[in-house]
Design a protein around this ligand. Structure first.
Ligand SMILES: CSC[C@@H](O)[C@@H](O)C(=O)COP(=O)(O)O
Ligand SMILES: [Zn+2]
Length: 213
């Protein structure tokens, strides 16, 4: 049985608005093509507001956001949550201070995930914009973004992510090969900053590879 909710309808409505606003801006940038991408916000320790599966992420309204518990079960609705709900709840379980999780499918993220998938990670070093990632105070720091193999089987993907985390290595975001980027934060603003910074940095890495070859 799910834990009793400690959120109210006003909090759910505020999260739905924040998700729809962010998603609309990402869609305008071309980062959510063809209904791809999914977004969520933590409501309380046991519940998450998340996008309904298959909706156009550029035109989300209140009816396109639903509630799930931390075991990915819909709460108070028969709607189908995002096919990737398990990736969201895993981040909320593993990082208790996370309040927003953002997943997009931009062209830059998709191409970078294929190119760097062979290496298993993108190593970012020497970029001033690394400082947009919380905890990074210098361009001289090393920021590794892992690339996990894509699969439609969520338990396989969450197991790979758990295995990375269980080694104690930091995890600020990850790519899925041929798929897209997951980023998160302790607020919607922080999650957006992380996503935008990584979109920019991945584009820079792609340009460097292209120009150096
Ligand atoms: C439309 S293809 C993209 C999907 O397969 C998936 O990766 C995705 O990001 C959106 O799935 P959704 O179930 O709407 O959350
Ligand atoms: Zn996706």
């Amino acid at each position: 049985m799910s834990a009793s909710p400690t959120y109210d309808s006003a909090q759910l409505a505020a999260c739905a608005t924040a998700i729809a606003d962010a998603a609309r801006e990402f869609a305008a940038l071309g980062w959510t093509p063809a209904t791809s991408s999914n977004f969520s916000m933590r409501l309380d320790d046991a519940h998450v507001a998340i996008t309904v599966s298959g909706r156009d992420k550029g035109r989300l309204g209140a009816d396109d956001i639903m509630v799930v518990d931390m075991q990915d079960r819909p709460v108070g609705t028969d709607l189908r949550p995002s096919a990737e709900t398990a990736l969201h709840t895993q981040i909320y379980r593993r990082f208790p201070d996370t309040r927003a999780v953002l997943h997009t499918h931009s062209r830059t993220q998709s191409v970078a995930s294929r190119l760097f998938g062979k290496e298993g990670r993108v190593r970012l070093q020497g970029w001033e914009l690394q400082k947009a990632i919380s905890g990074h105070t210098s361009h001289e720091s090393t920021l590794d973004i892992p690339v996990f193999p894509n699969t439609q089987h969520m338990p396989e993907l969450t197991a790979r992510i758990d295995a990375w985390l269980d080694t104690g290595r930091p995890l600020h975001a990850y790519l899925i090969d041929g798929h897209g980027l997951y980023a998160w934060g302790r607020s919607m603003d922080e999650a957006r900053r992380h996503l935008e910074a990584l979109e920019f940095l991945l584009g820079c890495e792609l340009d460097l590879r292209r120009l150096s070859s």
